[in-house]
Ligand binder design. Structure first.
Ligand code: 5RP
Length: 227
């Protein structure tokens, strides 16, 4: 049985199949994406560079010798490769465990195809067992926590030691447990309207078109219909 790390490396390598030669690639954030960046380094001569969803990924890309472009320099990307904290059978996801959800959603929105890379533990029937990350403007965090409580959720402010954790955008993260998200499209649209919510970590409107799932039997490709 391959380890979780080996499964991540397998799907990171498999994602190269979706990289279009001569183009700029959208690159997400996290330990699975790190494996993709390592694989991408091996073919860097065949691509123009990358648009990245976090400072951490940008640093890793540059260290691998891959040029990093600003999102505003690029109109459309053919492909965005990123991990997930949960993905369901329709390609809807929870993301943001690595706190990069806002930039991830921005790059995903600019991309024609979202290729999710994940080990098999991330495939779920219903989203919500993983605490939902929500990036919020600090002055709204207590009210937003109360709004989640009204839905049956428990929101905790993500901390970095004794201080609230701050995202690359200088905002805070609430991690909301106790939710069962039966209708991800409706849930995402609704929470996005709450004043002070920067980004909710449900990726339903920017869902995956493909998931490369690392399993003991190898990489399984799941293809999803449009939302
Ligand atoms: C970061 C993310 C990641 O894609 C998600 O947390 C999965 O990470 P990993 O590949 O380390 O399990 O959304 O904000």
């Amino acid at each position: 049985m391959p380890s979780q790390d080996e499964l991540k490396a397998m799907v990171g390598q498999a994602a190269l199949h979706y990289v279009v030669p001569g183009e700029i690639v959208g690159v997400g954030t996290g330990s699975t994406v790190n494996k993709f960046i390592d694989a991408l380094a091996g073919v860097k001569a065949s691509i123009r560079g990358a648009v990245s969803s976090s400072q951490a990924s940008s640093e890793r890309l540059r260290a691998a010798g891959i040029p990093v472009f600003d999102c505003n320099e690029v109109e459309t990307l053919s492909v965005y490769v990123d991990g997930a904290d949960e993905i369901d059978a329709l390609g809807f996801m929870i993301k943001g465990g690595g706190a990069a959800l806002t930039r991830e959603k921005i790059v995903a929105a600019q991309s024609r195809r979202f290729v999710c890379i994940a080990d098999a533990s991330k495939l779920v029937q219903t989203l919500g067992a993983f605490p939902l990350p929500v990036e919020v403007v600090p002055m709204a965090s207590a009210r937003i926590a109360r709004q989640f409580a009204a839905l049956g959720g428990t929101a905790r402010l993500r901390m970095a030691g004794s201080q609230p954790f701050l995202t690359d955008n200088g905002q805070q993260i609430l991690d909301v447990s106790g939710l069962s998200i039966a209708d991800p499209l409706q849930f995402e649209s609704s929470v996005n309207q709450w004043p002070g919510v920067v980004t909710v970590g449900v990726f339903a409107h920017q869902k995956a078109q493909v998931c490369l799932l690392g399993t003991a039997a190898g990489v399984k490709t799941l293809a999803f219909d449009a939302a």
